[in-house]
Design a protein around this ligand. Structure first.
Ligand SMILES: CC(=O)N[C@@H](CCC[C@H](N)C(=O)O)C(=O)O
Length: 372
């Protein structure tokens, strides 16, 4: 079996949430310390790592970014290398992303090109976001790439596929956390209480009208509540309920519109249910916008590779804080096909591992063509 499949399986067993990636960072550091060190320098940034491989005759720096965090999901794949961390899973493929980044770094540590290469192992992509603070950090600013790339696994495409497009690829995002505070009491005396289960439920229903009635039908938006909590026991009226969700839009303008409608609807709920509601928009990610020139060049290269099936993709409502890097640095992101019956963020996600070797080989060839 390919050693980077082994590495992916090792990393798959130790998923950690954003900014808690302590074991992951140590695993990556141990691996990187075994590469030829003559051209390699690295720095830690919180739980992340930045690795530079000095070129032979550098004119610029080419960047590769991988995310390293997992999700709060309980794995249900029954694979022999399933997560050993209870309630945590690499259900978004960051184990693939990391092993591919290590594979490409391994190639160039032994076979340097003219240009410098910088590999960014970034924490907290799933939240609260590592890319924006990393971009502002001294550590990265000192080695800032002139051009930057990243991939994301795509379960809906077969292994061997690469999909992308110039321009907008991923949506603008905002997290959404809402606490409803009312008055609890006996289940048999609702008139003496202010029931926050009912208030939160009405609010979830009202949210459904934002996309259908407030967003321009030619634009696109998503409002998803992924978690609803409240109450303690079946015969007590809840004095508190909490909603956790996310907003996605294709334009920054639509994001402002959706947020302002969420606030207005919430005021109505406060008045109707005589309660207080506190809203926290958590972290938000800037859209992933692929530099058209860089992307056209990349697509041309991908189409010429006999082992790659290129697919022109559509925009997706997924979010990625790599968007903050692309906001400042010309570059692009692409989908890597991994053909899995279950999609991203699913407890049964089981990507096809043959895609790891394909990606390492493809990216190594692309960077060699680019940086010499
Ligand atoms: C590729 C991917 O799945 N990314 C995540 C990013 C989540 C950002 C944040 N926690 C939010 O939910 O808004 C996604 O869910 O799209």
């Amino acid at each position: 079996m390919n050693r980077f499949v082994d590495i992916r399986r090792d990393l798959h067993q130790i998923p950690e949430l954003g900014f808690e990636e302590v074991k992951t960072q140590q695993y990556l550091l141990n691996y990187l310390s075994e590469l030829p060190q003559d051209r390699l320098t690295l720095k830690k940034w919180h739980t992340g790592i930045i690795v530079k491989i000095r070129g032979l005759n550098p004119k610029r720096t080419i960047g590769w970014r991988t995310d390293i965090d997992g999700l709060p999901i309980t794995e249900n794949t029954n694979l022999p290398f399933s997560s050993k961390h209870e309630g945590r899973m690499h259900a978004c493929g960051h184990d693939f992303h990391m092993s591919i980044a290590l594979g490409v770094a391994t190639h160039f540590a032994a076979n340097p090109i003219n240009d410098d290469l910088v590999f960014i192992f970034q924490p907290a992509e799933e939240g609260p976001g590592g890319a924006e603070p990393m971009m502002a950090s001294e550590e990265l600013r000192e080695w800032m790439p002139d051009e930057i790339y990243a991939l994301h696994i795509a379960p809906e495409h077969p292994a061997g596929t690469i999909a992308t497009k110039p321009g907008l690829l991923f949506a603008n995002t905002s997290e959404l956390f809402i606490d409803f505070k009312g008055k609890g009491g006996h289940a048999a005396y609702p008139h003496e209480t202010r029931d926050m289960i009912v208030a939160a439920s009405y609010f979830v229903t009202q949210l459904q009208s934002i996309v259908s009635r407030n967003v321009d039908p030619l634009d696109s938006a998503v409002v998803t509540i992924g978690k609803m909590t409240g109450g303690t026991v079946q015969n007590v009226i809840a004095d508190h309920a909490r909603l956790e969700g996310t907003i996605r839009t294709l334009s920054p303008e639509a994001m402002n519109k959706v947020k302002s409608r969420v606030q207005s609807l919430l005021k109505g709920i406060e008045a109707s249910f005589e309660c207080e509601a506190e809203i926290d928009c958590g972290s938000g990610y800037y859209q992933v916008f692929n530099n058209p020139e860089v992307t056209e060049r990349f697509i041309q290269f991908a189409k010429e590779q006999p082992d790659i099936q290129f697919v022109q993709s559509r925009e997706a409502m997924t979010g990625e804080d790599f968007g903050f890097m692309l906001k400042e640095i010309p570059g692009m992101m692409f989908w890597l096909g991994v053909g899995s019956e279950y999609g991203l963020h699913h407890a049964k996600l089981n990507p096809n591992e043959t895609a790891i070797e394909t990606a390492i080989s493809f990216i190594s060839r692309y960077f060699t063509a680019l940086g010499n």
